[in-house]
Design a binder for this molecule. Structure first.
Ligand SMILES: O=C(O)CCC(=O)c1ccccc1C(=O)O
Ligand SMILES: [Mg+2]
Length: 383
């Protein structure tokens, strides 16, 4: 099956409230929806919305890469386009753009095979025998930055999330003083139902001393995990050694998220003795769903937990990551472990979207039954 046309549509989606973290924030998400039409009249979709410093390349680099692919892809077969995608230097230079192209190609291949995208991944790329998929994945509620929530707003946010069936609540920390944040968390933790946990993300806010103080202060609290406790350092060996020391002291998993790209070159030695217990996987950072699945499998084989998250992405981007989460969960269950909770409940942060976002209920994200990705853009896109 050949590619007939490639179309791009830029978008800007305002948030319902400002997103803040130790790495700054944003009030809107900007990116492109990519549509690839095949000669048989089907359309596949991909989302490209990098967040420089957090996920992927700059917008300028992403835009140029998407233009290049728009010129190069027509008349290629889907299989050739997919096989060639990771071979070009553009794949590493523009991982978010590459992920969008890959997603649209996989959408078309899965539709042509009469399979959901997760079904296609499970059949073509996952372990043998193909793991048994579920149609929903557990997700955390995404509450925002602790420092920017009043006690009242925080209590209301948690109680609303509990009503909606969430059991894991994600909060950004590292915005105010670490000791003050830890003592607020302690008061909050005392009010949580027994089966609920806090998932924290410092986005690299702290030096070793601060991180250690925070982690000590959290001892005994129902913490699911803490992402990126440690500020970037030019000395990679020292960074990893400090993370390892912090993980040894913590009673909960520490997670690597945005510092992965600097560690990826030494992935083999990293996975031979992982310094932390958890890796956050974001396909637009890793050039697509297939490289992200390969990375997730390396991490899982090393004993790490793998959590996939979106980055307040549009419905198209969230669906792609959620399809991957279903496959990662299924493989984890075949190893006898319970599925983890993923960071995919970000759509409520968007005041408008590119299409229908996946249904969130009972603390889970429900995947569409449709063949392919299951994304349909609003009529205003590609009009
Ligand atoms: O995981 C979630 O629930 C929300 C995702 C999230 O925290 C995030 C959103 C945008 C950019 C970076 C991050 C991050 O995990 O650091
Ligand atoms: Mg994070």
């Amino acid at each position: 099956m050949r590619i007939a046309a490639v179309r791009l549509q830029a978008y800007r989606l305002p948030l319902v409230a400002a997103w803040t973290s130790a790495l700054g924030g944003f009030t809107a998400r900007e990116g492109w929806l990519l549509r690839i039409d095949s000669e048989d009249g089907r359309s596949g979709f991909g989302d490209c919305a990098p967040l420089p410093g957090l996920v992927g390349e700059s917008s300028a680099v992403a835009g140029q890469a998407l233009e290049r692919w728009r010129e190069q892809l027509p008349a290629q077969s889907l299989a050739d386009a997919l096989a060639g995608l990771q071979q070009t230097p553009l794949a590493a230079q523009a991982p978010a753009a590459c992920a969008a192209v890959e997603c649209a190609l996989l959408d078309l291949l899965a539709q042509a095979a009469g399979l959901s995208l997760r079904g296609w991944l499970a059949r073509n790329c996952a372990s043998r025998p193909a793991p048994e998929l579920t149609d929903s994945v557990a997700v955390n509620a995404t509450l925002g930055a602790l420092a920017h929530l009043s006690d009242t707003a925080l209590a209301a946010g948690i109680s609303d999330a509990i009503t909606k069936g969430y059991r894991v609540f994600k909060l950004k920390v590292g915005v105010a003083a670490a000791t003050a944040e830890a003592s607020r968390l302690r008061s909050l933790a005392a009010l949580l139902p027994a089966d609920c946990r806090l998932r924290l993300d410092a986005n690299g806010a702290w030096d070793e001393c601060c991180a250690e103080q925070f982690i000590e202060a959290c001892a005994g609290m129902p913490i699911d995990s803490l992402e990126e406790p440690l500020a970037d350092s030019a000395d990679q060996a020292a960074f990893l050694a400090t993370l390892r020391r912090l993980q040894d002291r913590a009673t909960f998993p520490l997670a690597i998220d945005e510092s992965w790209p600097r560690l990826a070159d030494a992935a083999e030695s990293f996975f031979s003795a992982p310094p932390v217990h958890r890796l956050i996987v974001k396909p637009p950072r890793h050039s697509g769903l297939l490289p992200a699945l390969a990375l997730a499998r390396s991490a899982a084989a090393s004993g790490m937990d793998v959590v996939v998250t979106s980055s307040v992405d549009s419905a198209c981007g969230v669906l792609a990551v959620a399809q991957l989460a279903a496959v990662i969960d299924a493989e984890r269950r075949t190893r006898g472990s319970a599925a983890l909770t993923h960071g995919l409940a970000t759509s409520p942060w968007l005041a408008s979207d590119t299409g229908a976002a996946p249904v969130l209920a009972e603390g889970r994200l429900f995947l569409p039954a449709a063949h392919g990705l299951g994304f349909q853009p609003l009529d205003t896109f590609f009009a």
